[in-house]
Design a binder for this molecule. Structure first.
Ligand SMILES: [Ca+2]
Length: 595
Protein backbone atom coordinates (compact mmCIF):
# COMPACT_ATOMS: atom_id res chain seq x y z
CA UNK A 1 0.00 0.00 0.00
CA UNK A 2 2.56 2.52 1.14
CA UNK A 3 1.90 5.90 -0.39
CA UNK A 4 -1.51 4.84 -1.65
CA UNK A 5 -2.94 4.53 1.83
CA UNK A 6 -5.45 7.19 2.84
CA UNK A 7 -4.02 9.69 5.25
CA UNK A 8 -6.12 9.75 8.38
CA UNK A 9 -6.27 12.21 11.17
CA UNK A 10 -4.15 11.11 14.05
CA UNK A 11 -6.39 10.31 16.96
CA UNK A 12 -5.35 11.86 20.24
CA UNK A 13 -4.59 8.70 22.11
CA UNK A 14 -1.66 9.67 24.21
CA UNK A 15 -3.86 10.79 27.07
CA UNK A 16 -3.76 8.85 30.28
CA UNK A 17 -6.48 6.23 30.46
CA UNK A 18 -7.80 4.53 33.60
CA UNK A 19 -6.18 1.23 34.37
CA UNK A 20 -7.70 -1.89 35.82
CA UNK A 21 -4.96 -4.42 35.54
CA UNK A 22 -2.06 -2.97 37.43
CA UNK A 23 0.52 -5.15 35.83
CA UNK A 24 3.53 -5.58 38.04
CA UNK A 25 6.53 -3.74 36.74
CA UNK A 26 9.02 -6.48 37.15
CA UNK A 27 12.52 -5.35 37.92
CA UNK A 28 14.59 -6.61 35.08
CA UNK A 29 18.33 -6.51 35.09
CA UNK A 30 19.52 -4.09 32.46
CA UNK A 31 21.78 -6.66 30.91
CA UNK A 32 18.93 -9.20 30.65
CA UNK A 33 16.65 -6.68 28.99
CA UNK A 34 19.40 -5.63 26.63
CA UNK A 35 19.99 -9.25 25.69
CA UNK A 36 16.32 -9.80 24.98
CA UNK A 37 16.17 -6.75 22.79
CA UNK A 38 19.36 -7.62 20.97
CA UNK A 39 17.90 -11.04 20.23
CA UNK A 40 14.74 -9.39 19.01
CA UNK A 41 16.42 -7.02 16.63
CA UNK A 42 16.10 -8.23 13.07
CA UNK A 43 19.17 -8.71 11.00
CA UNK A 44 17.52 -9.33 7.68
CA UNK A 45 15.63 -6.11 7.15
CA UNK A 46 16.32 -2.44 7.63
CA UNK A 47 14.76 -1.37 10.90
CA UNK A 48 12.82 1.54 9.46
CA UNK A 49 11.22 -0.57 6.82
CA UNK A 50 10.24 -3.23 9.32
CA UNK A 51 8.74 -0.78 11.74
CA UNK A 52 6.72 0.89 9.04
CA UNK A 53 5.42 -2.45 7.86
CA UNK A 54 4.25 -3.69 11.22
CA UNK A 55 2.70 -0.52 12.58
CA UNK A 56 -0.71 0.51 11.42
CA UNK A 57 -1.02 3.65 9.41
CA UNK A 58 -1.71 6.33 12.05
CA UNK A 59 0.71 4.77 14.51
CA UNK A 60 3.61 4.74 12.09
CA UNK A 61 3.27 8.51 11.97
CA UNK A 62 2.49 9.01 15.62
CA UNK A 63 5.38 7.01 16.98
CA UNK A 64 7.91 9.27 15.39
CA UNK A 65 6.49 12.49 16.73
CA UNK A 66 4.65 11.86 19.98
CA UNK A 67 6.19 12.43 23.38
CA UNK A 68 4.71 10.81 26.44
CA UNK A 69 2.65 7.64 26.29
CA UNK A 70 0.36 6.06 23.76
CA UNK A 71 -2.13 3.20 23.82
CA UNK A 72 -1.44 0.38 21.41
CA UNK A 73 -2.85 -3.06 20.60
CA UNK A 74 -0.11 -5.64 20.17
CA UNK A 75 -0.90 -8.84 18.26
CA UNK A 76 1.38 -11.83 18.78
CA UNK A 77 2.00 -15.30 17.47
CA UNK A 78 -0.13 -17.94 19.12
CA UNK A 79 1.18 -19.05 22.49
CA UNK A 80 3.62 -16.21 23.12
CA UNK A 81 1.29 -13.54 24.44
CA UNK A 82 2.48 -13.96 28.05
CA UNK A 83 6.23 -13.64 27.35
CA UNK A 84 5.61 -10.67 25.07
CA UNK A 85 3.61 -8.99 27.82
CA UNK A 86 6.50 -9.54 30.23
CA UNK A 87 8.93 -7.89 27.83
CA UNK A 88 6.60 -5.00 27.09
CA UNK A 89 6.06 -4.46 30.79
CA UNK A 90 9.82 -4.34 31.26
CA UNK A 91 9.92 -1.60 28.65
CA UNK A 92 7.57 0.49 30.79
CA UNK A 93 4.32 -0.72 29.28
CA UNK A 94 1.19 -1.03 31.42
CA UNK A 95 -1.37 -3.65 30.44
CA UNK A 96 -4.82 -2.12 29.90
CA UNK A 97 -6.67 -5.20 28.68
CA UNK A 98 -5.80 -8.63 27.36
CA UNK A 99 -7.56 -10.05 24.32
CA UNK A 100 -6.51 -13.68 24.45
CA UNK A 101 -9.17 -14.68 21.89
CA UNK A 102 -7.16 -12.95 19.17
CA UNK A 103 -3.72 -13.27 20.84
CA UNK A 104 -3.50 -9.56 21.54
CA UNK A 105 -3.03 -7.12 24.39
CA UNK A 106 -3.74 -3.42 24.79
CA UNK A 107 -0.89 -1.58 26.49
CA UNK A 108 -0.22 1.97 27.62
CA UNK A 109 3.35 2.52 26.52
CA UNK A 110 5.95 5.29 26.33
CA UNK A 111 5.72 6.34 22.70
CA UNK A 112 9.48 6.12 22.26
CA UNK A 113 9.28 2.38 23.01
CA UNK A 114 6.89 1.54 20.18
CA UNK A 115 9.75 1.06 17.75
CA UNK A 116 11.31 -1.46 20.16
CA UNK A 117 8.11 -3.36 20.85
CA UNK A 118 7.49 -3.94 17.18
CA UNK A 119 10.83 -5.78 17.00
CA UNK A 120 10.16 -8.12 19.92
CA UNK A 121 10.09 -11.79 18.95
CA UNK A 122 6.55 -13.06 18.43
CA UNK A 123 5.05 -9.62 17.79
CA UNK A 124 2.96 -9.70 14.61
CA UNK A 125 1.80 -6.10 14.50
CA UNK A 126 1.20 -3.03 16.60
CA UNK A 127 -1.89 -0.87 16.09
CA UNK A 128 -3.10 2.30 17.70
CA UNK A 129 -5.99 1.75 20.12
CA UNK A 130 -8.07 3.76 17.67
CA UNK A 131 -11.16 5.73 18.63
CA UNK A 132 -14.41 4.24 17.35
CA UNK A 133 -17.53 6.30 16.71
CA UNK A 134 -21.19 5.77 15.95
CA UNK A 135 -22.35 9.25 15.01
CA UNK A 136 -25.72 9.19 13.24
CA UNK A 137 -26.57 11.84 10.70
CA UNK A 138 -28.54 14.98 11.19
CA UNK A 139 -31.10 15.41 8.47
CA UNK A 140 -34.42 17.08 8.01
CA UNK A 141 -37.42 15.48 6.38
CA UNK A 142 -40.37 13.19 6.94
CA UNK A 143 -39.84 10.14 9.12
CA UNK A 144 -39.97 6.63 7.65
CA UNK A 145 -43.41 5.32 8.52
CA UNK A 146 -43.63 2.09 6.51
CA UNK A 147 -40.66 0.16 7.90
CA UNK A 148 -42.59 -2.99 8.75
CA UNK A 149 -44.61 -2.93 5.52
CA UNK A 150 -41.67 -2.31 3.20
CA UNK A 151 -39.86 -5.29 4.78
CA UNK A 152 -42.89 -7.45 3.97
CA UNK A 153 -43.62 -8.03 7.65
CA UNK A 154 -47.26 -6.87 7.71
CA UNK A 155 -50.32 -9.01 7.00
CA UNK A 156 -50.40 -10.39 10.48
CA UNK A 157 -47.03 -12.07 10.18
CA UNK A 158 -46.26 -11.12 13.75
CA UNK A 159 -49.25 -12.94 15.19
CA UNK A 160 -48.68 -16.12 13.21
CA UNK A 161 -45.05 -16.08 12.16
CA UNK A 162 -41.67 -15.43 13.69
CA UNK A 163 -41.11 -12.46 16.00
CA UNK A 164 -37.59 -13.31 17.17
CA UNK A 165 -38.78 -15.22 20.23
CA UNK A 166 -35.94 -17.02 21.95
CA UNK A 167 -33.27 -15.21 19.94
CA UNK A 168 -30.75 -13.06 21.84
CA UNK A 169 -28.99 -10.18 20.09
CA UNK A 170 -25.90 -8.50 21.56
CA UNK A 171 -25.74 -4.74 20.99
CA UNK A 172 -22.16 -3.40 21.15
CA UNK A 173 -22.93 0.29 21.34
CA UNK A 174 -23.47 3.22 23.72
CA UNK A 175 -25.68 1.15 26.03
CA UNK A 176 -29.39 0.53 26.43
CA UNK A 177 -31.72 2.77 28.42
CA UNK A 178 -34.41 1.09 30.48
CA UNK A 179 -37.32 2.10 28.26
CA UNK A 180 -39.54 -0.88 29.06
CA UNK A 181 -39.99 -1.52 25.33
CA UNK A 182 -37.48 -4.34 24.94
CA UNK A 183 -36.19 -7.20 27.06
CA UNK A 184 -32.65 -6.76 28.39
CA UNK A 185 -31.19 -10.13 29.31
CA UNK A 186 -27.83 -8.80 30.52
CA UNK A 187 -26.04 -5.46 30.60
CA UNK A 188 -22.26 -5.19 30.69
CA UNK A 189 -20.45 -1.85 30.87
CA UNK A 190 -17.05 -1.92 29.18
CA UNK A 191 -16.43 1.76 29.89
CA UNK A 192 -16.23 0.99 33.63
CA UNK A 193 -13.59 -1.55 34.67
CA UNK A 194 -14.31 -3.37 37.92
CA UNK A 195 -12.86 -6.15 40.03
CA UNK A 196 -9.73 -6.49 37.93
CA UNK A 197 -11.74 -7.00 34.75
CA UNK A 198 -12.13 -4.56 31.86
CA UNK A 199 -15.89 -4.32 32.44
CA UNK A 200 -18.66 -4.11 35.00
CA UNK A 201 -20.82 -7.20 34.67
CA UNK A 202 -24.53 -7.17 35.46
CA UNK A 203 -24.49 -3.39 35.47
CA UNK A 204 -27.59 -1.21 35.62
CA UNK A 205 -28.67 -0.54 32.00
CA UNK A 206 -27.76 2.98 30.89
CA UNK A 207 -27.17 4.95 27.70
CA UNK A 208 -25.92 8.50 28.09
CA UNK A 209 -25.55 9.01 24.34
CA UNK A 210 -28.83 7.45 23.12
CA UNK A 211 -27.55 5.67 20.01
CA UNK A 212 -27.65 2.15 21.46
CA UNK A 213 -31.20 2.63 22.70
CA UNK A 214 -32.30 3.63 19.19
CA UNK A 215 -30.53 0.61 17.72
CA UNK A 216 -31.99 -1.69 20.38
CA UNK A 217 -35.50 -0.41 19.65
CA UNK A 218 -35.11 -1.03 15.92
CA UNK A 219 -34.02 -4.60 16.62
CA UNK A 220 -36.47 -5.60 19.33
CA UNK A 221 -38.68 -2.69 20.46
CA UNK A 222 -42.35 -3.52 20.92
CA UNK A 223 -43.56 -0.02 20.08
CA UNK A 224 -44.80 0.55 23.64
CA UNK A 225 -46.41 3.96 24.11
CA UNK A 226 -46.91 4.37 20.35
CA UNK A 227 -49.65 1.77 19.88
CA UNK A 228 -47.07 -0.34 18.11
CA UNK A 229 -46.55 2.28 15.43
CA UNK A 230 -42.81 2.49 16.07
CA UNK A 231 -42.13 -1.14 16.87
CA UNK A 232 -38.87 -2.79 15.92
CA UNK A 233 -38.29 -5.66 13.52
CA UNK A 234 -38.18 -8.56 16.00
CA UNK A 235 -40.09 -7.57 19.17
CA UNK A 236 -39.88 -11.12 20.49
CA UNK A 237 -36.09 -11.06 20.61
CA UNK A 238 -34.18 -10.07 23.74
CA UNK A 239 -31.03 -7.97 24.02
CA UNK A 240 -27.66 -8.12 25.71
CA UNK A 241 -26.30 -4.60 26.13
CA UNK A 242 -22.52 -4.37 25.73
CA UNK A 243 -21.69 -0.72 26.40
CA UNK A 244 -18.49 0.59 24.80
CA UNK A 245 -19.35 4.18 23.81
CA UNK A 246 -19.54 7.25 26.02
CA UNK A 247 -21.99 10.16 26.20
CA UNK A 248 -20.55 11.60 22.96
CA UNK A 249 -20.79 8.36 20.99
CA UNK A 250 -17.05 7.74 21.10
CA UNK A 251 -15.13 4.78 22.43
CA UNK A 252 -12.02 2.71 22.04
CA UNK A 253 -11.16 -0.25 19.86
CA UNK A 254 -9.82 -2.09 22.94
CA UNK A 255 -13.23 -1.88 24.65
CA UNK A 256 -14.95 -3.23 21.53
CA UNK A 257 -12.46 -6.13 21.58
CA UNK A 258 -13.28 -6.79 25.23
CA UNK A 259 -17.00 -6.81 24.36
CA UNK A 260 -16.44 -9.21 21.46
CA UNK A 261 -14.42 -11.53 23.68
CA UNK A 262 -17.12 -11.42 26.37
CA UNK A 263 -19.77 -12.28 23.77
CA UNK A 264 -17.78 -15.23 22.47
CA UNK A 265 -17.03 -16.53 25.97
CA UNK A 266 -20.63 -16.19 27.19
CA UNK A 267 -22.54 -16.97 24.01
CA UNK A 268 -23.92 -20.27 25.25
CA UNK A 269 -24.69 -19.07 28.77
CA UNK A 270 -26.60 -16.09 27.38
CA UNK A 271 -28.05 -17.81 24.31
CA UNK A 272 -26.39 -15.19 22.10
CA UNK A 273 -26.79 -15.76 18.35
CA UNK A 274 -26.36 -12.30 16.82
CA UNK A 275 -24.04 -9.33 17.43
CA UNK A 276 -24.86 -5.81 16.21
CA UNK A 277 -21.94 -3.41 15.71
CA UNK A 278 -23.20 -0.03 14.53
CA UNK A 279 -19.79 1.61 14.97
CA UNK A 280 -16.32 1.68 13.50
CA UNK A 281 -13.15 3.53 12.65
CA UNK A 282 -11.39 4.23 9.35
CA UNK A 283 -9.48 1.33 7.87
CA UNK A 284 -5.83 1.79 8.82
CA UNK A 285 -4.32 -1.55 7.81
CA UNK A 286 -5.11 -4.76 5.92
CA UNK A 287 -7.95 -6.83 7.36
CA UNK A 288 -5.57 -9.64 8.23
CA UNK A 289 -3.79 -7.38 10.73
CA UNK A 290 -6.68 -5.21 11.93
CA UNK A 291 -7.46 -6.21 15.57
CA UNK A 292 -11.15 -5.27 15.20
CA UNK A 293 -11.49 -7.40 12.07
CA UNK A 294 -9.74 -10.29 13.79
CA UNK A 295 -12.14 -9.99 16.73
CA UNK A 296 -15.16 -10.08 14.41
CA UNK A 297 -13.80 -13.03 12.43
CA UNK A 298 -13.16 -14.96 15.65
CA UNK A 299 -16.72 -14.24 16.80
CA UNK A 300 -18.14 -15.51 13.49
CA UNK A 301 -16.06 -18.70 13.68
CA UNK A 302 -17.56 -19.28 17.13
CA UNK A 303 -21.00 -19.31 15.50
CA UNK A 304 -22.13 -15.75 16.20
CA UNK A 305 -23.74 -13.87 13.33
CA UNK A 306 -22.06 -10.46 13.29
CA UNK A 307 -23.85 -7.57 11.59
CA UNK A 308 -21.72 -4.46 11.02
CA UNK A 309 -22.37 -0.97 9.66
CA UNK A 310 -20.67 -0.02 6.38
CA UNK A 311 -20.02 3.53 7.60
CA UNK A 312 -21.38 6.94 6.68
CA UNK A 313 -18.60 8.00 4.33
CA UNK A 314 -20.19 7.74 0.91
CA UNK A 315 -19.60 11.33 -0.07
CA UNK A 316 -17.14 14.07 0.60
CA UNK A 317 -19.00 16.46 2.87
CA UNK A 318 -16.93 19.36 1.59
CA UNK A 319 -17.87 18.83 -2.04
CA UNK A 320 -20.89 16.47 -1.74
CA UNK A 321 -19.19 14.34 -4.41
CA UNK A 322 -19.78 10.64 -3.86
CA UNK A 323 -16.96 8.16 -4.00
CA UNK A 324 -15.83 4.66 -3.27
CA UNK A 325 -13.82 2.78 -0.67
CA UNK A 326 -15.43 4.55 2.29
CA UNK A 327 -16.13 1.30 4.20
CA UNK A 328 -15.04 1.52 7.86
CA UNK A 329 -13.51 -1.17 10.08
CA UNK A 330 -14.83 -3.72 11.03
CA UNK A 331 -17.10 -3.47 7.97
CA UNK A 332 -14.10 -4.85 6.07
CA UNK A 333 -14.29 -8.13 8.01
CA UNK A 334 -14.89 -10.74 5.29
CA UNK A 335 -17.33 -12.82 7.31
CA UNK A 336 -19.34 -9.96 8.80
CA UNK A 337 -22.67 -9.00 7.26
CA UNK A 338 -21.80 -5.43 6.29
CA UNK A 339 -24.80 -3.17 5.81
CA UNK A 340 -25.26 0.05 3.86
CA UNK A 341 -28.27 2.34 4.14
CA UNK A 342 -31.41 2.49 2.00
CA UNK A 343 -33.80 5.43 1.74
CA UNK A 344 -37.29 3.96 1.37
CA UNK A 345 -38.78 7.38 0.56
CA UNK A 346 -41.41 6.71 3.26
CA UNK A 347 -43.39 4.39 0.99
CA UNK A 348 -44.14 0.69 1.14
CA UNK A 349 -43.16 0.26 -2.52
CA UNK A 350 -39.57 -0.78 -3.12
CA UNK A 351 -39.54 0.66 -6.63
CA UNK A 352 -38.75 4.20 -5.49
CA UNK A 353 -35.98 3.24 -3.05
CA UNK A 354 -32.52 4.79 -3.38
CA UNK A 355 -29.14 4.65 -1.66
CA UNK A 356 -28.50 7.80 0.42
CA UNK A 357 -25.34 9.69 -0.42
CA UNK A 358 -23.75 9.07 2.99
CA UNK A 359 -23.86 5.26 2.79
CA UNK A 360 -20.28 4.00 2.44
CA UNK A 361 -19.39 2.33 -0.84
CA UNK A 362 -16.91 -0.49 -1.34
CA UNK A 363 -14.41 -1.81 -1.96
CA UNK A 364 -12.54 -2.04 1.32
CA UNK A 365 -9.19 -0.28 1.51
CA UNK A 366 -6.06 -2.43 1.19
CA UNK A 367 -7.89 -5.70 0.54
CA UNK A 368 -10.35 -4.68 -2.16
CA UNK A 369 -13.17 -6.80 -0.72
CA UNK A 370 -16.53 -6.14 -2.32
CA UNK A 371 -18.60 -4.51 0.41
CA UNK A 372 -21.22 -3.76 1.62
CA UNK A 373 -22.98 -7.12 1.55
CA UNK A 374 -26.51 -5.70 1.55
CA UNK A 375 -28.30 -2.41 2.09
CA UNK A 376 -31.29 -2.03 4.41
CA UNK A 377 -33.76 0.69 5.40
CA UNK A 378 -31.75 3.11 7.52
CA UNK A 379 -32.97 6.56 6.57
CA UNK A 380 -35.01 8.67 9.04
CA UNK A 381 -36.03 5.67 11.09
CA UNK A 382 -38.02 6.26 14.26
CA UNK A 383 -37.12 4.30 17.37
CA UNK A 384 -36.75 4.46 21.14
CA UNK A 385 -34.59 7.02 22.88
CA UNK A 386 -34.08 8.27 26.41
CA UNK A 387 -35.24 11.92 26.59
CA UNK A 388 -32.28 12.72 28.85
CA UNK A 389 -29.60 11.26 26.56
CA UNK A 390 -27.36 13.35 24.31
CA UNK A 391 -29.33 12.48 21.18
CA UNK A 392 -32.65 12.44 23.03
CA UNK A 393 -32.24 16.05 24.11
CA UNK A 394 -32.31 17.13 20.46
CA UNK A 395 -35.98 18.01 20.18
CA UNK A 396 -35.79 18.43 16.41
CA UNK A 397 -35.53 14.65 16.11
CA UNK A 398 -38.45 13.77 18.37
CA UNK A 399 -41.51 12.24 16.67
CA UNK A 400 -43.39 11.33 19.84
CA UNK A 401 -42.83 11.91 23.55
CA UNK A 402 -44.12 9.11 25.73
CA UNK A 403 -42.83 10.04 29.18
CA UNK A 404 -39.76 10.89 31.20
CA UNK A 405 -38.11 7.57 30.31
CA UNK A 406 -39.10 7.20 26.69
CA UNK A 407 -39.50 9.11 23.47
CA UNK A 408 -39.44 8.12 19.82
CA UNK A 409 -36.84 9.95 17.75
CA UNK A 410 -35.71 9.99 14.14
CA UNK A 411 -32.15 9.02 13.19
CA UNK A 412 -30.44 8.19 9.89
CA UNK A 413 -27.37 6.20 9.02
CA UNK A 414 -25.89 2.81 8.31
CA UNK A 415 -26.15 2.24 12.09
CA UNK A 416 -29.92 2.11 11.76
CA UNK A 417 -29.73 -0.08 8.65
CA UNK A 418 -27.53 -2.48 10.60
CA UNK A 419 -30.08 -2.69 13.42
CA UNK A 420 -32.90 -3.46 10.96
CA UNK A 421 -30.73 -6.23 9.50
CA UNK A 422 -29.94 -7.69 12.94
CA UNK A 423 -33.65 -7.77 13.70
CA UNK A 424 -34.27 -9.55 10.41
CA UNK A 425 -31.57 -12.10 11.25
CA UNK A 426 -33.40 -12.77 14.53
CA UNK A 427 -36.60 -13.40 12.56
CA UNK A 428 -34.85 -15.79 10.17
CA UNK A 429 -33.32 -17.74 13.09
CA UNK A 430 -36.68 -17.88 14.87
CA UNK A 431 -38.44 -19.00 11.67
CA UNK A 432 -35.90 -21.76 11.12
CA UNK A 433 -36.18 -22.93 14.73
CA UNK A 434 -39.98 -23.05 14.52
CA UNK A 435 -39.85 -25.08 11.30
CA UNK A 436 -37.25 -27.56 12.57
CA UNK A 437 -37.08 -29.82 15.55
CA UNK A 438 -33.40 -30.69 15.32
CA UNK A 439 -30.73 -28.92 17.32
CA UNK A 440 -28.76 -28.05 14.17
CA UNK A 441 -28.40 -24.33 13.66
CA UNK A 442 -28.04 -22.06 10.70
CA UNK A 443 -24.39 -21.00 10.41
CA UNK A 444 -23.40 -17.34 10.00
CA UNK A 445 -22.44 -17.93 6.36
CA UNK A 446 -25.80 -19.54 5.64
CA UNK A 447 -27.72 -16.64 7.12
CA UNK A 448 -25.59 -14.20 5.16
CA UNK A 449 -26.23 -16.16 1.98
CA UNK A 450 -29.98 -16.14 2.65
CA UNK A 451 -30.03 -12.37 3.11
CA UNK A 452 -28.04 -11.79 -0.09
CA UNK A 453 -29.87 -14.37 -2.22
CA UNK A 454 -33.33 -13.01 -1.37
CA UNK A 455 -32.40 -9.34 -1.72
CA UNK A 456 -34.00 -6.93 -4.20
CA UNK A 457 -32.08 -5.03 -6.84
CA UNK A 458 -31.89 -1.27 -6.34
CA UNK A 459 -32.36 0.14 -9.81
CA UNK A 460 -29.49 2.13 -11.28
CA UNK A 461 -27.08 1.28 -8.49
CA UNK A 462 -23.80 -0.59 -8.86
CA UNK A 463 -22.56 -3.55 -6.86
CA UNK A 464 -20.14 -1.62 -4.70
CA UNK A 465 -22.98 0.62 -3.54
CA UNK A 466 -25.80 -1.87 -2.93
CA UNK A 467 -23.84 -5.11 -2.46
CA UNK A 468 -26.01 -8.09 -3.38
CA UNK A 469 -29.09 -5.89 -3.02
CA UNK A 470 -31.64 -4.47 -0.61
CA UNK A 471 -32.85 -6.40 2.42
CA UNK A 472 -36.02 -8.46 1.90
CA UNK A 473 -37.03 -9.66 5.35
CA UNK A 474 -40.11 -11.57 4.20
CA UNK A 475 -38.11 -13.38 1.53
CA UNK A 476 -35.27 -14.16 3.93
CA UNK A 477 -37.77 -15.70 6.35
CA UNK A 478 -39.41 -17.69 3.55
CA UNK A 479 -36.09 -19.15 2.45
CA UNK A 480 -34.56 -19.41 5.93
CA UNK A 481 -37.39 -21.55 7.28
CA UNK A 482 -37.00 -24.02 4.38
CA UNK A 483 -33.36 -24.84 5.14
CA UNK A 484 -32.66 -27.95 7.21
CA UNK A 485 -29.23 -27.38 8.79
CA UNK A 486 -29.03 -31.04 9.80
CA UNK A 487 -28.79 -32.18 6.17
CA UNK A 488 -25.61 -34.09 5.33
CA UNK A 489 -22.83 -32.01 3.76
CA UNK A 490 -23.12 -31.87 0.00
CA UNK A 491 -26.80 -32.79 -0.06
CA UNK A 492 -29.76 -30.53 -0.77
CA UNK A 493 -31.08 -28.98 2.41
CA UNK A 494 -33.99 -27.03 0.97
CA UNK A 495 -36.31 -27.50 -1.94
CA UNK A 496 -35.88 -24.81 -4.55
CA UNK A 497 -38.28 -21.94 -4.47
CA UNK A 498 -40.34 -22.19 -7.66
CA UNK A 499 -40.80 -18.47 -7.98
CA UNK A 500 -37.97 -16.73 -6.17
CA UNK A 501 -39.81 -13.49 -5.54
CA UNK A 502 -41.66 -11.66 -2.77
CA UNK A 503 -44.73 -9.46 -2.86
CA UNK A 504 -44.20 -6.05 -1.27
CA UNK A 505 -47.20 -3.75 -1.45
CA UNK A 506 -48.56 -3.92 -4.98
CA UNK A 507 -45.44 -5.39 -6.57
CA UNK A 508 -44.15 -8.95 -6.99
CA UNK A 509 -40.38 -8.41 -6.84
CA UNK A 510 -37.74 -10.93 -7.97
CA UNK A 511 -34.88 -11.93 -5.69
CA UNK A 512 -31.46 -11.01 -7.03
CA UNK A 513 -30.24 -14.60 -6.34
CA UNK A 514 -26.71 -13.28 -6.16
CA UNK A 515 -23.87 -13.33 -3.69
CA UNK A 516 -20.98 -11.02 -3.19
CA UNK A 517 -18.10 -13.42 -2.60
CA UNK A 518 -14.69 -11.92 -1.98
CA UNK A 519 -14.19 -9.59 -4.93
CA UNK A 520 -16.78 -11.26 -7.15
CA UNK A 521 -20.44 -11.62 -7.85
CA UNK A 522 -21.83 -15.12 -8.00
CA UNK A 523 -25.21 -16.47 -9.06
CA UNK A 524 -26.91 -19.80 -8.74
CA UNK A 525 -28.82 -22.25 -6.61
CA UNK A 526 -25.96 -23.07 -4.26
CA UNK A 527 -27.95 -21.85 -1.31
CA UNK A 528 -30.24 -24.88 -1.66
CA UNK A 529 -27.39 -27.26 -0.91
CA UNK A 530 -25.41 -27.77 2.28
CA UNK A 531 -22.20 -26.74 0.55
CA UNK A 532 -18.81 -26.20 2.12
CA UNK A 533 -19.12 -22.44 1.62
CA UNK A 534 -21.77 -22.29 4.31
CA UNK A 535 -19.61 -24.05 6.91
CA UNK A 536 -18.93 -22.28 10.15
CA UNK A 537 -15.16 -22.19 9.71
CA UNK A 538 -15.07 -21.04 6.11
CA UNK A 539 -14.07 -17.41 5.80
CA UNK A 540 -16.53 -15.69 3.48
CA UNK A 541 -14.80 -14.94 0.19
CA UNK A 542 -12.09 -17.58 0.47
CA UNK A 543 -11.30 -19.58 -2.62
CA UNK A 544 -13.01 -22.96 -2.28
CA UNK A 545 -14.36 -25.61 -4.60
CA UNK A 546 -17.87 -24.80 -5.67
CA UNK A 547 -18.49 -27.58 -8.19
CA UNK A 548 -20.87 -26.74 -11.01
CA UNK A 549 -23.59 -25.34 -8.83
CA UNK A 550 -22.56 -21.77 -9.21
CA UNK A 551 -22.26 -19.38 -12.09
CA UNK A 552 -19.48 -16.92 -11.51
CA UNK A 553 -20.03 -13.42 -12.67
CA UNK A 554 -17.09 -11.38 -13.80
CA UNK A 555 -14.86 -10.10 -11.10
CA UNK A 556 -16.23 -6.79 -9.94
CA UNK A 557 -14.62 -4.39 -12.31
CA UNK A 558 -13.22 -1.29 -10.71
CA UNK A 559 -14.12 0.48 -13.90
CA UNK A 560 -16.46 3.15 -15.12
CA UNK A 561 -18.73 2.81 -12.12
CA UNK A 562 -15.97 3.95 -9.83
CA UNK A 563 -15.30 7.33 -11.21
CA UNK A 564 -15.10 9.87 -8.44
CA UNK A 565 -14.99 13.15 -10.16
CA UNK A 566 -11.87 12.63 -12.22
CA UNK A 567 -10.45 10.06 -9.83
CA UNK A 568 -10.70 6.36 -10.44
CA UNK A 569 -10.40 3.73 -7.77
CA UNK A 570 -8.40 0.75 -8.98
CA UNK A 571 -7.69 -1.96 -6.47
CA UNK A 572 -5.78 -0.33 -3.69
CA UNK A 573 -4.64 2.67 -5.66
CA UNK A 574 -6.43 5.66 -6.98
CA UNK A 575 -5.65 6.48 -10.54
CA UNK A 576 -6.13 10.09 -11.49
CA UNK A 577 -6.45 10.36 -15.20
CA UNK A 578 -3.45 8.50 -16.54
CA UNK A 579 -1.16 8.97 -13.58
CA UNK A 580 -1.17 7.41 -10.18
CA UNK A 581 -2.69 9.72 -7.66
CA UNK A 582 -1.41 10.00 -4.12
CA UNK A 583 -4.54 10.40 -2.02
CA UNK A 584 -2.60 11.22 1.11
CA UNK A 585 -2.19 14.82 0.12
CA UNK A 586 -5.57 15.26 -1.52
CA UNK A 587 -9.26 14.85 -0.94
CA UNK A 588 -9.02 11.38 0.59
CA UNK A 589 -7.53 12.96 3.65
CA UNK A 590 -10.60 15.13 3.98
CA UNK A 591 -12.89 12.13 3.84
CA UNK A 592 -11.00 10.34 6.55
CA UNK A 593 -10.87 13.47 8.66
CA UNK A 594 -14.61 13.31 9.26
CA UNK A 595 -14.00 10.59 11.79
CA1 LIG B 1 -40.10 2.93 -0.95
Amino acid sequence: MGSHAPQHRHPASHDVAPSFIDAARRPVAASLLAAALMAALPTQAPAGQLVGGLLNQPLSTLSTVVKGSTRVIIRTDRGVLAPVIRLVTALGGRVVAQHAFIDAVTVELPAVQVALVVRLPGVLSVSLDSPVTSAPLVDIGPAESHLVETLGLDDGLLSTGPDGRGIVVGVIDSGLASTGTYQIRRFVDFTRPANGKPYTDNAQPSDEYGHGTHVGGLIAGNGGGSNGRFRGVAPGASLVGLKVLDATGAGRTSDVLSALEYAVANRDALGLRVLNLSLGHPIYEPAGRDPLVQGVETAVRSGLIVVVSAGNFGCLPQTTRCGYAGITSPGNAPSAITVGSLDTRTTTSRLDDAIPSYSSRGPSWYDGYAKPDVVAPGHRLVSTISPTSTLGRDRSRVEQSVGPWLAYSRLSGTSMATAVTSGTVALVLDANTRARRSSARLTPNTVKAVLEFTSFDVAGTDALTQGAGALNAAGAIALGRRIDPSAAPGTPWATSVATPSTRIGDDQLPWTQRFVWGDRYAYGDTVYTNGSAWGQTVVWGDAIVWGDALVWGDALVWGDALVWGNALVWGNAIVWGDSTYDPAAQSWANLADVH
